[in-house]
Write a protein that binds this ligand. Structure first.
Ligand SMILES: Cc1cc2nc3c(=O)[nH]c(=O)nc-3n(C[C@H](O)[C@H](O)[C@H](O)COP(=O)(O)O)c2cc1C
Length: 167
């Protein structure tokens, strides 16, 4: 059986909620906020989750992804305020795949995550953030039950790959 770690960075709890759903769908996996991870040697497969921030990844996550050992099997997931499937909700994840290019990326998952009305209004004042911040009005209530069910399905698919797919 492969050893699986679910690790995440989360400022306001949305990514943590998704990480817990993923962890809950896996038999015998570990879950740790990524600041508590001391190396990945003991794990065959690692889920890494983060919120989209300023069209990108939080910097500590970027550093973490760059340091993943070559060949390590990894699944990435993110939460975002912008609409599901929109370019603005995918760009950070695509960048994450790029910078973790030394790892073997088995799959990705993303879903919406609410942000406080105060933060949303403040960020919407900047021209470079208005588009996603306007979309984020309808992220209220996310991640919801359907998001978490999809996250669990993603987790089980990745687990199958980890066990049988050569990852
Ligand atoms: C400072 C800040 C910047 C953000 N930038 C973006 C962004 O560029 N695009 C986007 O879709 N969502 C953006 N969001 C929304 C977050 O990605 C979303 O609320 C996420 O679910 C937060 O996850 P967390 O609770 O795990 O921190 C931003 C939120 C904050 C607070």
């Amino acid at each position: 059986m492969s050893t699986i770690l679910v690790t995440y960075y989360s400022r306001s709890g949305n990514t943590e909620t998704v990480a817990k759903a993923i962890h809950g769908a896996l038999a015998g996996a570990e879950i740790l906020p990524f600041s508590q991870v001391n190396g990945l040697d003991g794990y065959d497969f690692v889920f890494v989750g983060f919120p989209v921030e300023m069209h990108s990844l939080p910097y500590p996550v970027e550093l973490f992804l760059r340091r993943i050992p070559a060949g390590k099997a990894v699944a990435l997931f993110s939460t975002h305020g912008s609409l599901q499937g929109h370019r603005l909700s995918r760009e950070a994840l695509e960048y994450a795949v790029l910078i973790a290019g030394q790892a073997k990326i088995a799959g990705t998952f993303h879903c919406r995550g609410r942000l406080s009305e105060g933060a949303r209004t403040a960020l919407a004042k900047s021209p470079e953030h208005r588009e996603w911040a306007d979309m984020a009005v309808s992220a209220a209530g996310h991640p919801d039950a359907a998001d978490l069910e999809e996250a669990r399905t993603f987790a089980r698919r990745m687990e199958m790959l980890a066990a049988h797919g050569g990852y």
